[in-house]
Design a protein around this ligand. Sequence first.
Ligand code: F6R
Length: 568
Amino acid sequence: MCGIFGYIGKNNAKEKLIEGLENLEYRGYDSSGVAIVQNGQIHIVKKAGKVCVLKDELLQSDLDGHCGIAHTRWATHGLPTELNAHPHTDSKNQLCLVHNGIIENYISLKKEFNLTTKTQSDTEVIAELIAKIKEKDNLEKIKKACSFLKGSYALAVIFENEPDAIYLAKKESPLMTTYGEDGIYISSDANAFKKYANNFYILKNNEFAKIKNNDIEFYNKNSKINKKLNNFEKTFSFENKNEFLMQDEIMQTPDALKETALFFENFKNLKNYFDNIDNIYLIGCGTAYHSCLLGKKYLEFLNIPIFSEIASEFRYSNVKPSKKSLCIFVSQSGETADTIACIKKCNCKTLAITNVPNSSITFNCKKTILMKAGWERAVASTKAYCCQLLVFYLIKCLLKNEKPKWKQLVSSCKKYLKKNNIKDISKKVLNFEKIMFIGRQEDYVTAMESSLKLKEISYINCIACPSGELKHGTLALVDENTLVVLISTKSSLHNKNLLSKQEIEARKGCCFVASNIINSEIELPNLNSDLMPIMSILPFQLLACEVCISKGYNPDKPRNLSKSVTVE
Ligand code: F6R
């Protein structure tokens, strides 16, 4: 959530910052801003709205400097206005800074230090606080100020009295820096500067950096430290072929699945990690939680208790995994705050399933299975969800000593994405006020994920319901303005599902069926039942995307949302 970018080097900082912000816009796009040092003076430009608004303004300005910091915001405290956008300054303009994270005690800090602020943002309090610290040295000022902060932060700071330096501080929110080919780069996501560097440094909690004279010095609370460089994971690059990233990312699913399956060979030694456990907790948020629900189905054969948990709930529940539990954390970004908070509650075996190497989740878990879905930037998770399910399927095959049949899955997905009728279906969907997705067992989870996808990018009020639960309440919603999408991929349950269709039609609701069993509105290829949920979500990812685009919205940047939810 929120993106930080910084550059100090021989080239034009303005262009670097614009490019960086465009790369990071998936993390937030309410407002954005830059601070650029020109002739020793800090100049700030901020704008409400998407990065393109700021870009237009910057391109027209004659700002010209070699050092700057930038931020794209997802509002937590205060409206997404120009005033609340970062960078923030102290009242005497001694410094400016950009911040990711949340300062939980900003109200009490204001009282304690008698700080006055002009914005509604928690970030401005950090600027005021640093300015108030008496230490002469800028690094010491930051260190001291950070010792009062509660919550999470990644900070990049420029001081008026030292305009050729950028200072960094980090706790919980990600922050990276690197020597690039033409200067030093800073970002909250290393992918944003990957083009210019071969490796990079990751700041750990309570670490600081001073970037000056083409040199990066790292510090912890007490002293200067040496840090090791991290390499970028080799990942295959995908081409952008469509207008929107989400369209590209759905189309990349077959390749993402193939790469993930091939890379899974590296994790076969994790088989023993499943020995001597009493139970399994599967923990994630949103789409990743849906993967956990299906993960439970894949692992049920183990015949031990398996619990799928929503991270934001589990972190506050009284349940604590025992020493003989295995906790599996699923997160595309590896940075989801609620999921990370749950890891800290576990004193047992912990395993991350993530798409992002060197992410917070990989540092906090004892073991990691890395997926190879490639960079996912559209806010709605698509190819990563399919890869998460594939990983659970591959774990099942590994534990059962069965040969996985992922090649079949890849070719079916490829064929389906090439030829399907979702464009036509999407036109019909637009005629309904209410949409419901129903199904049983694995298909119910697909219904939940389909409903989430559609609502999050097309803003249609839709719900998911287990088919058998309809008549226990939800059927009351069905009338001639309701479309119910029935997902039916399990032949043993198909006749039961058809009863639900009749119940809906008897109430004048319209029912579309998605099935591999009978001729239906959405025809699915026939696959082994373990592979079916990985494939059967594709029509609904496509559907959400089509509906969104025909309503004139941008699927990559749905309102109110952001990729990588690094705050609670
Ligand atoms: C929905 C979506 C979100 C994420 C959730 C967890 O399309 O993408 O629900 O799945 O915010 O994110 P990660 O997987 O990064 O932990």
